[in-house]
Design a protein around this ligand. Sequence first.
Ligand code: AMP
Ligand code: GLY
Length: 420
Amino acid sequence: MVNVLVVGSGGREHALSWKLSQSSKVDTVFTAPGNGGTQNNVSIDVNDLDALSDFAQKNKCFTVVGPEDPLAAGIVDKFTKLGLKIFGPSRGAAQLESSKIWAKDFMKRNNIPTARFEIFDDAKKATDYVKSLDYNVVVKADGLAAGKGVIVCNSNDDAISAIDMILVKKTFGSAGNRIIVEERIDGIEASYIALSDGDVAIPMASSQDHKRIFDGDSGPNTGGMGAYSPTPVIDDALAKTIHDEIIEKTIHAMKNEGISFRGFLYAGIMIRNGQPYVLEYNVRMGDPECQPITMRMDFDLYDYFSACVEGNLSSLPAPAWKPQYAVCVVLASKGYPGSYQKDLEITGLDQVPNGSIVFHAGTKKLNEKIISDGGRVLGVTALGDTLDSAIKNAYLASEKVSWPEKYCRKDIGQKGMSYL
Ligand code: AMP
Ligand code: GLY
């Protein structure tokens, strides 16, 4: 039996802790810092690598890292040096997410399909370039900018003000010292997430996120307002293309460049005319994609994490998935992704029907009450034999839970319905 330490505090980490605690090989699952829904919370910040490694050492933990920041800061390198087992990519491998420029150059030299692009650190040159193009662009800050450093432009004026905001006004600080100006690809977006031990990759179930705050994919981008799995947008043939031409190619190219990629590899995909393009890599599970994907897992997740760390993933059978659809509706605080009120009591959690799961994100426990403590507060997740019934079950459960400032999208999963 082994203890597990899950690093993070979101819905993704609650889902991972929930699944890992079902393993017959796992003793106690700790979560640092966790939230109002996770058990055995340890009050350590995700970026306090010294305190995390001390805790893992003292409690003989196998560590699983949820978010990107500690990965980019080298938590895996540090733990590995100390002889601690940890699931996630090294700092070098995490560059696929932590530097968008590194990732674009990597894709270019390895022929991995992605939008055409140029890199700039000079606003005038970037502006002249935009003016010379006959297509719309997306302007991206190079570094981690809490998901806000990407501006999708509808005109040259949009692009010029995005360039000014990032390179001149430094809205994202040093994450915006350099920018990517790339072709805007109009198509259908989906998430494809795989697990790798550095040599082979096995796909997780396909999924689709809903990134904008309002119904019909309007309004500003968020961390994700809901997700479902599997998605009909990725059929078997397309899944094979993505797996072979993007995921396996990435893992092998990384290895050839001397970087072993161990962990979740998440490709944000845009599908245009049936062809997939990589919009971005993430080196972790998606949030909220993790919640419906985890709910469909019919295998021991710890076995797979352990095999990634040991480098023997190929010895495990293909993972089994529940045949049902799963839908996760994010309940957020009104105002998110802008400012919002916190510290409001959440009621009705005990009314949620059996079989639906409420994964906590921005919550905390106070005197046995659950209090709102963030923008994305809960992820209500349910299964159904059809996508339609999974959507109905997730909304039925969502309606039981309330607090004065609750907001959710009403159309999670409808993008998939229009495809069936
Ligand atoms: P990223 O963080 O790079 O995934 O970008 C955030 C969002 O911007 C994506 O989820 C897409 O909706 C959009 N986006 C990024 N790159 C492009 C692109 N080349 N064409 C169209 N939309 C894009
Ligand atoms: N749901 C998008 C992400 O995790 O980046």
